[in-house]
Design a protein around this ligand. Structure first.
Ligand code: B12
Length: 220
């Protein structure tokens, strides 16, 4: 698939305009032409949203357009990408482990986290998704309740990063830090941030998140 650049430009314009039909059709055609749903997500959806983020930052667009774009992407995910990802691995029934996922307190971004959850599920993990805006104490309490094997956190707002550290500090304070490998991701993070927050590792994409979770549990 060599023409991602032109597809991505077209996709960006469709989601900015809230043109669900065009965005869904572009995704369907790409899959029919042989792209995998994950390839479409990583090469088209994700960079288009990054592009929209940049335009928002430079005041070329405003919040309502970012909301429209996000809503249109959710429709594409619901109608095309999620079912295709689920179908691509149907039939796998092993359980590699249980992963808690949450977008941290103050942060409502969940498009990336949801893709991570879906990819983990189709790759054999059980996922406990706590949603968005989850306070550190709730993350720790649910990890204990659900006896998860890994804690995964997402943040796109840099102001919310300290809540990731709070989770690791809470775990330390309860003397259970070693029980829970912690993986973080989201546009506000990178590997050095993971170290700063006291997490074990970082996932830069949903696919990398799956590989890192396998590594954390010694399943690679
Ligand atoms: C869509 C969007 C929104 C939507 C969110 C809808 C939704 N349901 O998620 C809406 C319109 C609601 C929104 C609101 C806001 N947003 Co916003 N938003 C974006 C935008 C354009 C795209 C985000 C996205 O979905 N990207 C695509 C996904 C696939 O990428 P991703 O989340 O990074 O996930 C991938 C990886 O990071 C990884 N990953 C993600 N999570 C995890 C977790 C684990 C465990 C692992 C392993 C991996 C992993 O895997 C994913 C798949 O590959 C970004 C721009 C950007 N550069 O990110 C701004 C952006 C994040 N938003 C921003 C801002 C400022 C806001 C608002 C404050 C705006 C306002 N004035 O109100 C509010 C905040 C609301 C809140 N409290 O959270 C800023 C943040 C700046 C900063 N440095 O903190 C950005 C960067 C835009 C910008 N450049 O200014 N936003």
């Amino acid at each position: 698939m060599s023409n991602w650049e032109s597809k991505q430009t077209e996709f960006t314009e469709s989601i900015l305009a809230g043109n669900e039909q065009a965005a869904v059709a572009l995704a369907r055609t790409s899959l029919e032409e042989g792209a995998t749903p994950v390839e479409f997500f990583e090469n088209c959806i994700s960079p288009s949203l990054q592009d929209i983020g940049k335009r928002f930052e430079t005041l070329d667009i405003f919040l309502p357009e970012m909301v429209t774009a996000a809503d249109t992407v959710e429709k594409v995910n619901e109608d095309v990408i999620n079912p295709a990802v689920a179908e691509s691995q149907a039939g796998e029934s092993m359980s590699l482990g249980k992963v808690l996922l949450a977008t941290v307190q103050g942060d409502l971004h969940d498009i990336g986290k949801n893709m991570v959850g879906l990819m983990l599920k189709v790759n054999g993990f059980e996922v406990v998704d706590l949603g968005t805006n989850v306070p550190p104490a709730d993350i720790v309490a649910r990890a204990e309740q659900e006896q998860v094997d890994i804690i995964g956190m997402s943040a796109l707002l840099t102001t919310c990063l300290p809540y990731m550290k709070d989770v690791c500090d809470f775990l330390e304070g309860k003397n259970i830090r070693d029980k829970y490998p912690v993986i973080i991701g989201g546009a506000a993070t990178h590997p050095e941030i993971a170290e700063e927050m006291g997490a074990n590792t970082h996932g830069g994409s949903a696919a990398e998140g799956v590989e890192k979770c396998k590594m954390l549990l010694g399943k690679l």
